[in-house]
Design a protein around this ligand. Structure first.
Ligand SMILES: C[S@@+](CC[C@H](N)C(=O)[O-])C[C@H]1O[C@@H](n2cnc3c(N)ncnc32)[C@H](O)[C@@H]1O
Length: 226
C-alpha cells in the first residue's frame, strides 16, 4: 500500500520534509467536526465565515500576507472566556478576513471590536457580517488597510491568527510599542499558531510571555502593568 494511504488508516499524518502531505483519518475527522461546529456557530451569530478564500499570492507592503482561514470558534470561546474583556477594552483583529473574530467578540460588552483587512473582497464580506451579527453588545468596525500601517494608540487587545510573516509582524510590534509612549496602557497581544513566528514576539523585551490559553493554540503576551 502506498505510504500516504497507509498513514490515513494508521491515524498519523504522513510528512515529507516537515510538511504534511497525507492526513490521517483521525485528523480528517477532527477537521470535519471543527468545520461542522464553525457552521453551527456562524448560524447562531447570523453570519457567514466558513470556507477559505482563493489565494491571491502574498499580499501587503512586506509581501508576506497569508490567505484567509478563520480561527475555529472552539478556540475563540476558550480565549474569550480567559480574557474577561471589559467595557474599556478595544479589541483589534489584524487580518480580520471575513470578520469571524470581531463578530464573536462584538457579543461581549467592550468599547469596540475592530478588524483590519487588506483584501477588498474580504472587507466587503466582513462589513456585511458585522451588520448581520445577532446578539451584538458592542460596536464592530471593519477597516481596510495594511496591518503594518495601523495606529494602535486606542487598542488594548491585539489578536492575530498567523496573518502574515515576520517582516510585517516586526513592524506591527514596533507600532504597538510606539503607541505605548503616546498612550501608556496595558496591552495584551494574542497570536494563534506560534510555531513559526512566536519567536518574534518572544524577542520583544517590552512584552511578557504569558503562555498558551488552555488548549486553544492561541498564545498570550502582555505589557507590564502601568
Ligand atoms: C489566516 S486569516 C485570519 C482571519 C481572521 N483573523 C480569522 O481568524 O477569522 C489572515 C488574514 O489576514 C489578511 N492579511 C494578510 N496580510 C495582511 C496585512 N498586511 N494587512 C491586513 N490584512 C492582512 C489576509 O487577507 C487574511 O484574510
Amino acid at each position: 500500500m502506498n505510504p500516504i494511504k497507509l498513514s490515513y488508516y494508521l491515524g498519523r499524518n504522513f510528512k515529507y520534509s516537515g510538511k504534511v502531505i497525507g492526513r490521517s483519518l483521525l485528523s480528517e475527522c477532527k477537521s470535519w467536526r471543527s468545520k461542522a461546529n464553525d457552521l453551527c456557530c456562524d448560524r447562531a451569530l447570523g453570519i457567514s465565515t466558513v470556507g477559505g478564500s482563493e489565494a491571491v499570492g502574498l499580499i501587503g507592503a512586506e509581501a508576506d500576507g497569508i490567505k484567509y482561514l478563520g480561527q475555529d470558534y472552539a478556540s475563540l470561546d476558550i480565549m474569550i472566556e480567559h480574557l474577561k474583556l471589559n467595557a474599556h477594552d478595544v479589541f483589534l483583529d489584524l487580518g480580520c478576513g471575513k470578520g469571524r473574530v470581531i463578530c464573536r467578540v462584538g457579543q461581549e460588552v467592550i468599547k469596540k471590536a475592530i478588524g483590519v483587512e487588506l483584501r477588498h473582497d474580504l472587507v466587503e464580506i466582513a462589513k456585511k457580517n458585522a451588520l448581520l451579527l445577532k446578539g451584538r453588545q458592542s460596536e464592530v468596525e471593519v477597516v481596510r488597510g495594511d496591518a503594518c500601517e495601523y495606529d494602535f494608540k486606542e487598542v488594548t487587545v491585539v489578536f492575530m491568527y498567523e496573518p502574515f510573516g515576520w517582516r510585517t509582524l516586526r513592524r506591527v510590534l514596533a507600532g504597538i510599542e510606539d503607541s505605548l509612549t503616546t498612550n501608556p496602557r496595558s496591552v495584551r497581544v494574542l497570536f494563534s499558531r506560534t510555531e513559526r513566528f512566536g519567536v518574534v514576539l518572544d524577542m520583544c523585551d517590552w512584552l511578557i510571555p504569558v503562555g498558551q490559553i488552555g488548549q486553544s493554540g492561541i498564545w498570550e503576551w502582555r505589557t507590564g502593568e502601568i
